[in-house]
Design a protein. Structure first.
Length: 274
């Protein structure tokens, strides 16, 4: 996924996009409770654009998703007991994440959050945080599935809701998953071989072991797959490979020191989100 920074030339189309999301998203009044003119506001969106914090995702030149990612947290975040104490300008905060009603339920919002995390890292941020209405339970589930941890709540006033509870979340890194380029594949195959030989090979015949090793050394077989790696502190700890447009998992291996920690499940979920 490639996010593009919004410019002032995109202003009208972004406003129209948010108006459409507010109007047509199912159960909007029940969960996120956005209201045209009250939240998100045109003034707020313009401010995000002018400070360079607004991003969009397009497919076939049509806006599919948008969000703001600021490299600073506001005063409302000071009252929460965070896992680490850092300066305001060391925190990235995700705001007004929205996906077109025509594309909801396809994992696009999850992937946009992952892109926001990568963006925060690129900018040297030490923490990644966000908030959501207490009523927005579907969003809470997504945040938690992506590694965000609930840290507390505040009773705050908003123009669209009046006084209500807001939940605050902080990203707690478990794994960072991304596509493995062909030039990075040797490292992934090394992990696959090591895990296979220790945990799988004892149940294989000599012929079976030889067939497996031949397959993962065959460029034509490897090129049928898309490889993804799970990383912790920049260390590759798990590998998944799919073929047939993600419809078949060909390889799934996790470093022995990181097994039984949910990494395999996260790799599978990453594929499902795509």
């Amino acid at each position: 996924m490639e996010l593009n920074r919004v410019t002032t030339e995109d202003y009208e189309s972004i406003i129209a996009f948010y108006d459409d999301v507010t109007k047509r998203t199912p159960d909007m009044e029940r969960y996120a409770r956005w209201q045209k003119g009250k939240h998100p506001t045109e003034e707020g969106i313009r401010a995000y654009i002018e400070e360079g914090s607004m991003y969009l995702y397009k497919e076939n030149d049509v806006i599919i998703g948008a969000m703001a990612v600021t490299m600073c947290q506001g005063d409302d975040y000071h009252a929460i007991r965070w896992s680490q104490q850092v300066q305001d300008n060391e925190v990235a905060v995700i705001h007004i994440l929205a996906v077109s009603p025509n594309a909801q339920g396809k994992g696009i919002g999850s992937e946009m959050i992952r892109e926001a995390i990568r963006l925060a890292r690129t900018n040297g941020m030490k923490a990644i945080r966000l908030d959501a209405l207490a009523s927005n339970t579907p969003a809470h589930k997504i945040y938690k599935a992506l590694g965000f941890e609930y840290r507390g709540k505040q009773h705050l006033y908003a123009e669209n809701t009046g006084w209500t509870d807001f939940y605050f979340f902080e990203y707690k890194e478990v794994t960072f998953i991304h596509f493995i380029e062909e030039e990075e594949r040797d490292e992934a195959l090394k992990l696959v071989k090591e895990v296979f030989m220790e945990f799988e090979a004892p149940d294989y015949s000599e012929e079976g072991i030889a067939d497996f090793m031949h397959a993962i050394g065959d460029e034509s077989y490897l090129n049928m797959h898309r490889f993804y790696g799970a990383y912790q502190n920049e260390k590759l700890v798990g590998v998944i490979a799919t073929r047939n447009d993600h419809h078949h998992i060909g390889l799934l291996f996790v470093d022995k020191n990181y097994q039984r920690k949910g990494i395999g499940r996260q790799l599978i979920q990453y594929v499902l989100d795509h």
